[in-house]
Design a binder for this molecule. Structure first.
Ligand SMILES: Cc1cc2nc3c(=O)[nH]c(=O)nc-3n(C[C@H](O)[C@H](O)[C@H](O)COP(=O)(O)OP(=O)(O)OC[C@H]3O[C@@H](n4cnc5c(N)ncnc54)[C@H](O)[C@@H]3O)c2cc1C
Length: 465
């Protein structure tokens, strides 16, 4: 490959890919040095088997760009429910983006918009319709796992902790509303109940607990989806970064990759927070990629677990504007996450991992000597209206699903299923999720300045209000 081509596909990269600045996420790059990839490779149950790099020109009915949960679910549902054998093209490895890097929280939600806001904005029927889609996402994950995906699923329970006393009242009000609106089983835990029954988090002032969230190994989950999609007839080509080739008046869409050209009747953009700069006009300036950072500590000893009364392996998130989240992993390590750097250039600065470790230690002072074994980060995909969108162009030959705002492990599966229905020409529910495009960011070149401002606002809000 020429230097020019290597530059085009970012093969000469030294820093982390930055989707706001770069035109390709790379080609054949390895997974980050994450806990998930270590565990997944050392465990023989789920394997990463795919169809390798595309090396000859091809014509396909449906090309899917991006082999994360959205792309793999879309391929699986196209094959199983509509008899369409799609080809998935991934620049690097299967689930190299968010799907292989996330915290593995399965939650009945996506985006950041609350149900109360949805009710005010769209009314009760639409709000309930959206809730049903979120539930369908979790059900879909559960039923695919039940087909035999080994992904180290942990005991059910999602604990939302109040990071200050006033937020405990807010959480209680939320629990009441969700019980009334959806009959949702939400448990309220005082600080003492939380400390005695789950974990002694010094920064928690009470909590609510949902019975149906849970944690798993996200990379093994993605490999499991890949296996099911391929068994159903889909192809998954890795090391195959895609570019759209501009054409005049053609119904087919022409795509280029390093070794081959692809002619597709329909294309699905499933690149979420990893969508390269200027990739396609349908999504340009409609998302903001934001780094989320994760650390995984050394395994806790029995004494350390006892000192923190760390009994639970439920997934935990707090109420801050700039949220922290954590969980105890099957081998007694702690995974702890929060916001990362603003730019890809600074993503690997140890400052961000160390900052998370020091916050973790304020929650659990008995862990003063605990060290980090793994640290990595990934681009979540923010939408201006805090809400994912599944949409298409007027010609009905380019589709997309993205904007999960850091909460897409379960809903992306439902999104993939709905995109498949759209591609197959079926009707999807009449909900803003599926009928409205992602809104454009005003002053799009200044998105990072806005993000920087939000981080400062969040810091002040979380500390003083
Ligand atoms: C640190 C972190 C923690 C998170 N924790 C949680 C959590 O606990 N629970 C939760 O619900 N959500 C979480 N999320 C969000 C969740 O992971 C995502 O919403 C979900 O994985 C999105 O999946 P996707 O398939 O849409 O996108 P991705 O998994 O990001 O896949 C997009 C893929 O497209 C590929 N790509 C991009 N451009 C091209 C191109 N030109 N050609 C070919 N391929 C291309 C990329 O390489 C990438 O693999 C987290 C995210 C991060 C970063």
């Amino acid at each position: 490959m020429s230097i020019k081509a290597a530059k085009k596909f970012n093969l000469l990269r030294e820093k982390m890919y930055d989707p706001m600045l770069e035109k390709s996420p790379g080609c054949g790059l390895q997974y980050p040095n994450s806990y998930w990839s270590d565990i997944a490779y050392n465990n023989n149950d789920e394997k990463n088997e795919c169809d390798g790099q595309l090396d000859q020109d091809t014509e396909v009915d449906v090309a899917i760009v991006g082999a994360g949960y959205t792309g793999l679910s879309c391929a699986l549902h196209l094959a199983r429910e509509h008899g369409i054998k799609a080809h998935v093209f991934e620049a690097n490895q299967t689930a190299w983006g968010c799907s292989g890097r996330n915290a593995g929280f399965i939650l009945k939600s996506s985006g950041r918009k609350t149900y109360t806001t949805m009710q005010k904005q769209w009314g009760e029927t639409v709000m309930r319709g959206i809730y049903d889609e979120m539930c369908a996402g979790v059900n879909a994950v559960n039923s695919l796992i039940a087909e035999g995906i080994d992904c180290d699923q942990q005991a059910a329970g999602y604990i939302k902790v109040a990071h200050k006393p006033s937020m405990f009242k807010t959480l209680q009000a939320q629990a009441k509303l969700q019980q009334q609106m959806f009959g949702y089983d939400v448990q309220v835990l005082t600080r003492q109940e939380l400390q005695q029954g789950f974990m002694a988090d010094e920064n928690a002032y009470g909590a609510i607990r949902y019975q149906d969230g849970f944690g798993l190994n996200p990379l093994k989950l993605a490999w499991g989806y890949q296996k099911l999609a391929r068994q159903a007839g889909a192809k998954v080509h890795t090391s195959t970064p895609i570019d759209f080739v501009k054409q005049k008046q053609s119904k087919d869409v022409l795509l280029s990759s390093p070794q081959a050209m692809i002619k597709a009747k329909k294309v699905v953009i499933a690149t979420n927070g990893y969508t390269p700069k200027g990739f396609h006009s349908l999504v340009t300036n409609r998302t903001l990629p934001v780094l989320s950072q994760i650390i995984v500590t050394q395994p806790l000893s029995a004494e350390q677990i006892g000192a923190c009364n760390f009994l639970t392996s439920n997934v935990v998130m707090d109420t801050r504007a700039l949220k922290y989240y954590y969980r105890k992993l099957p081998d007694n390590r702690l995974l702890f996450g929060g916001r990362g750097a603003i730019t890809g250039k600074n993503a690997e600065d140890p400052y961000y991992a160390n900052r998370l470790l020091s916050v973790l230690k304020t929650s659990f002072p008995a862990l003063g000597h605990l060290a980090i074994d793994y640290a990595w980060s990934g681009w979540i995909c923010m939408a201006l209206d805090d809400f994912p969108h599944i949409y298409q162009n007027d010609e009905n030959n380019v589709f997309y699903g993205m904007g999960y705002c850091g909460s897409g492990v379960s809903f992306s599966v439902q999104a993939g299923k709905r995109i498949a229905e759209k591609v197959a020409g079926k009707t999807v529910p009449n909900l803003p999720l599926y009928q409205k495009p992602l809104p454009k960011f005003p002053f799009a070149p200044l998105r990072r300045v806005g993000q920087w401002g939000y981080f400062h606002y969040g810091k002040i809000k979380d500390s003083y209000f």
